[in-house]
Design a protein around this ligand. Structure first.
Ligand SMILES: Nc1nc2c(ncn2[C@@H]2O[C@H](COP(=O)(O)OP(=O)(O)OP(=O)(O)O)[C@@H](O)[C@H]2O)c(=O)[nH]1
Ligand SMILES: [Mg+2]
Length: 319
């Protein structure tokens, strides 16, 4: 809540407003971005059933104003790239350092795993937060997939011995099962503080950036094998009128033969990507969207710091 709206009810609210930061970390594909989108209520982060979908930290802001039942709160979540054991190129290494940097200076860490699974990468994530002194909540996602529910109890027992977690919460992020418990637990822990963001903000990223992520999501969904990892999206033109948004994008790939695959026979693959992207963009922007796409080749862009910077994946200070 902003201080101006606090002034409506000075006695009841100023001292009770809570606000804090929470980073969501975990290995790739466990459902971090799905949770963020669900909590924020908008699709701002790309989701796909493939590892390393998220490439940069994205804040999602959940604000509740005070009611008779609850005091006002603002939770600033950071969705992070999956922490992984692959350090093949600069892009891979940057994803890990982004995620690890996100656990510095936050109030709470959410560590997400997939129900009934504990992999070497989960162990690696755990090792990254070994010295953290702030509360760590373990979210066990995708419980909807468990057929024999008693296996969840054994699993909870096993993971509870891994470290001193503040709480263990089984959830199904996709359908929003038990995500209310996550919010309730966080609100209890968060410090009393004024809101950091205006109450109607949902992310720290620009509309342009979210749009490029929604287009990239379609690349990840429509391309197979290694191809999604060798592509990137750059918005070259973004023009908005009262009822239309015109977006022109370049899809970067790192080899000539891949350009043909992205375009597909008679342009069919690119058309499918464009249709999916337009649907998500129109839902997010709540306006009609005209989308024009070009595919261009830049060899080895994943190792080019300048290119990673232009795509918003690494910041100037890291160059
Ligand atoms: N069955 C089931 N699937 C889920 C659930 N939550 C997420 N998924 C699926 O898991 C896959 C990965 O989800 P993401 O949210 O992209 O995972 P992520 O952890 O952000 O992945 P990275 O960005 O690669 O680190 C997607 O296909 C989601 O639809 C869930 O509660 N149940
Ligand atoms: Mg993600």
């Amino acid at each position: 809540m902003t201080s101006s709206s606090n002034s409506n009810h000075p006695d009841t609210q100023i001292n009770h407003t809570k606000c804090g930061t929470v980073s969501i970390i975990g290995r790739p594909n466990v459902g971090k971005s799905t949770l963020l989108n669900h909590l924020v209520g908008y699709k701002i982060s790309a989701i796909a059933n493939k590892p390393q979908t998220t490439r940069t930290n994205i804040r999602g802001i959940v604000t509740e104003l005070s009611t008779t039942e609850q005091n006002a709160y603002q939770i600033i979540f950071t969705d992070t790239p999956g922490i992984h054991l692959n350090s093949k190129n600069l892009l891979n290494r940057t994803l890990n350092s982004e995620a690890v940097a996100a656990v510095e200076d936050v109030d709470v860490i959410i560590f997400m795993v997939e129900a009934l699974k504990w992999t070497d990468e989960d162990e690696f994530v755990l090792s990254r937060i070994k010295h953290a002194t702030i509360p760590v909540i373990l979210l066990i996602n995708k419980v909807d997939r468990i057929k024999e529910k008693e296996r969840l109890f054994e699993y909870l027992q096993m993971v509870s011995e891994k470290r001193d977690f503040k709480e263990l919460i089984p959830i199904a992020a996709e359908k929003g099962v038990n995500t209310d418990s996550v919010i309730n637990s966080l609100v209890k822990i968060l410090p009393q503080s004024e809101f950091i963001y205006p109450e109607d903000h949902i992310t720290d990223k620009s509309v342009r950036f979210i749009c490029s992520e929604l287009i990239r999501e379609q690349l990840v969904l429509n391309l197979h094998e290694e191809l999604p990892y060798t592509t990137a999206v750059e918005i070259e033109k973004f023009e908005e009128t009262d009822n239309l948004v015109t977006i022109e994008v370049v899809i970067w790939t790192d080899r000539k033969n891949q350009k043909g695959i992205i375009i597909g026979k008679k342009g069919e693959t690119l058309k499918r990507i464009g249709q999916g992207a337009r649907h998500s963009l129109e839902e997010f922007l709540m306006k009609k969207v005209m989308l024009k796409q070009w595919v261009k080749v830049e060899e080895n862009w994943q190792n080019n710091p300048r290119h990673l910077n232009e795509l918003g994946i690494i910041s100037n200070r890291e160059l």
